[in-house]
Design a protein around this ligand. Structure first.
Ligand code: PMP
Length: 353
């Protein structure tokens, strides 16, 4: 605590992001990045944007990207919001839709940033424990009156488990006066997006990112889709905070990426194929694992502690993620890399058990 800090700065428990080692020789499977480069068309567009008009401010309305994202999903432009990574979009959504007077509900286990945002905005997080097999007990997400809103990732992180749209619909129907946020950071690796439910549910906000399935984690682009009413709520927060959210490189790169459907399908398809192969091998080696519909596996060895395995793998040059929180401290999260990277991971894992 410093005497210069506000009570808020003193009270926060900031998020600790996954390690980004300077040493490039690691096989880096710890932060769910895509192993393939972004679409060459996106890279070209970023270079062209860097060569022209960086002197000028970007378009504060992010018009070209909003148009392209609306076209991509068959929505109206007023149903689309874009921000500087989905982390920023999530931060705006927490501020826009949740009332500090009532609890905001999310599963325990989930993306650890939610707790950080809840604290930042003085909200009351109410964590709903997941079941033994990491299923989210939707019936325990109380109806309307008892809370201010719900947020959950689909697939969940770090468990990688996917909920069918029918489950999300029942949650939306039971909470017509509350916003239900579905964080679809990993939806493109085998899930079905809830975007198609937007015309029927004005209380649904879907958040996506270009960081995972579009290989653009370094560009920082996130998107939200929802009713005009919800998008207007996000705009109110954004314009009170930073009206120039996306820079010129991000705007042009993101548009080109969304236009390259063939490359997107090819690379996400490859990640899913590799995931299935590696999941099979890991299961044969005696690990327990969830049915992943994300670009990572969530695995546990019956006899060796996750932290110990993490250290053994690290020594062999493979970086994965382990968790300290009690319910998942026996699990490793392993991002899906290229086939070569995953073969090296499997070899290191075999030597480590
Ligand atoms: N939501 C979930 C569930 C995530 O795992 C992540 C990535 N750590 C994000 C959101 C944020 O992604 P980004 O800010 O790169 O868009």
């Amino acid at each position: 605590m410093s005497k210069y800090w506000s009570p808020l700065a003193g009270s926060l428990e900031p998020y600790v992001p996954g390690e980004q080692p300077k040493d490039k020789s690691y096989i880096k499977l710890n932060t769910n990045e895509n192993p393939y480069p972004p679409s060459p068309k996106a890279t070209e567009a970023i270079k062209a944007a860097a060569d022209s008009d960086l002197r000028l401010y970007p378009d504060p309305t992010c018009d070209i990207l909003i148009k392209e994202a609306a076209r991509y999903y068959g929505l109206q432009e007023k149903q689309v919001f874009v921000g500087n990574g989905s982390d920023e979009v999530l931060a705006f959504a927490f501020a826009a839709f949740f009332d500090p007077a009532k609890p905001v509900l999310f599963p325990d286990i989930t993306y650890s940033f939610y707790k950080v945002y809840a604290k930042m905005y003085g909200l009351q997080p109410k964590l709903i424990p997941v079941e033994e097999d990491f299923a989210i007990p939707l019936e325990q997400f109380a109806g309307n009156a008892e809370h201010t809103g719900i947020i959950l990732p689909n697939p969940n992180a770090p468990t990688a488990k996917l909920l069918p749209l029918s489950d999300l619909e029942s949650l939306l129907e039971r909470n017509p006066d509350r916003v239900v946020i579905i964080d679809e950071a990993y939806i493109d690796f085998g899930g079905e997006s809830a975007v198609k439910l937007i015309p029927r549910y004005p209380n649904l906000l879907v958040i996506q990112t270009l960081s995972k399935s579009r290989s653009l984690a370094g560009l920082r682009v996130g998107m939200a889709f929802g009713s005009e009413e919800l998008i207007e709520g996000l705009d109110r927060i954004k314009n009170s905070f930073n009206s120039y959210t996306l820079d010129r490189l991000a705007l042009y790169g993101a548009v080109a990426s969304l236009q390259d459907e063939a490359y997107f399908r090819e690379t996400t398809g490859k990640v899913m194929e590799t995931r299935e192969r590696v999941a099979g091998r890991v299961a044969e080696m005696g690990f327990k694992l969830t049915d992943s519909k994300a670009n990572f596996l969530f695995i546990s060895h019956p006899a060796i502690a996750a932290k110990e395995l993490f250290l053994r793998l690290r020594e062999k040059g493979v970086l994965v993620r382990y968790f300290a929180s009690p319910r998942i401290d026996q699990y490793l999260r392993v991002s899906i890399g290229t086939d070569e990277e995953m073969d090296a991971f499997l070899a290191a894992l075999e030597e480590s058990v």
